[in-house]
Ligand binder design. Structure first.
Ligand SMILES: Nc1ncnc2c1ncn2[C@@H]1O[C@H](COP(=O)(O)OP(=O)(O)OP(=O)(O)O)[C@@H](O)[C@H]1O
Ligand SMILES: [Mg+2]
Length: 239
């Protein structure tokens, strides 16, 4: 089933025509890359898909309820939150459930409706276990270290990090989220060899679809099952 269809896309910047009736379709388990020479519109096209920019003509349609995660090539991450708080935000709904559960147990200790409250609390506990809430800390640690950040970065405000570290933090968050489709624009730019291998492994076992832009031939060869190439203002597909 296709999760995304881009149909008859045309677009120009000022006098530079980038796309003319370009078409593309992404399927739900496609592991795809988008290639093309510098300046031919790869980043621009990904922005259409991420709904950050609209084409002059044509349609981008996503299947209903599909969750999309997007990593920008030139991201702007300015924040005085710590890295830890930024990453834990992924699990915010589970933290809220946990405090509700704790509240219910406390209330039960003084209530004459104790059994009902405890049953409710234990239902919540089941959800937390099913969602692997109790493993979240090690998940965060693995991801952060896998991408080449040391754990004490977690306590640092994002604003204090270098550009490369910010990309890693953003990539970590994106990969911790449970999205259906990943759109990554040059994700290896700030990664060294070892951490590129980590990302390759991650993407190979990824259950959803991804569309990745990169100039790194080795990385592309390791992750691509489908190749989209920008050619003559259109998008050609190669398997
Ligand atoms: N905001 C803008 N206004 C005008 N022209 C732009 C703008 N953004 C990009 N361009 C131009 O549009 C063309 C396509 O840019 P884009 O960033 O999509 O290319 P790309 O294929 O991602 O290139 P790279 O491989 O260098 O990342 C380039 O010539 C670029 O200079
Ligand atoms: Mg680009």
């Amino acid at each position: 089933m296709s999760v995304l269809e881009a149909k008859d896309i045309s677009f120009s910047y000022d006098h530079q025509r980038l796309f003319e009736d370009a078409n593309m379709r992404l399927f739900q388990d496609d592991h795809a890359v988008l290639v093309g020479p510098n300046g031919h519109g790869k980043t621009t096209f990904l922005k259409f898909l991420a709904k950050e920019l609209s084409p002059n003509k044509g349609n981008i349609s996503w299947l209903n309820h599909v969750k999309v995660g997007y990593l920008d090539q030139f991201l702007a991450l300015r924040d005085d939150q710590t890295v830890e708080i930024y990453l834990h935000d992924v699990f915010e709904h589970l933290f809220q459930l946990e405090s509700k559960m704790i509240g219910l147990y406390e209330e039960a200790s003084t209530s004459n409706q104790a059994m009902r409250l405890i049953r409710h609390a234990s239902d919540i506990q089941d959800i937390l276990e099913k969602e692997q809430f109790y493993q979240f800390k090690s998940k965060v640690d693995n991801m952060v270290q896998g991408l080449g950040l040391s754990l004490h970065v977690l306590k640092q405000p994002i604003a204090e990090l270098s550009g490369g570290m910010k990309v890693k933090v953003m990539l970590a968050k994106l990969l911790l989220q449970d999205v259906d489709v990943l759109l990554l624009d040059e994700p290896t730019n700030f990664l060294d060899k070892k951490h590129i291998e980590f990302l390759i492994q991650y993407l190979n076992q990824y259950k959803g679809a991804f569309l990745v832009i990169s100039h790194d031939a080795y990385f592309l060869s390791k992750i691509a099952k489908t190749v989209f190439a920008i050619e003559g203002k259109k998008i050609e597909k190669y398997k």
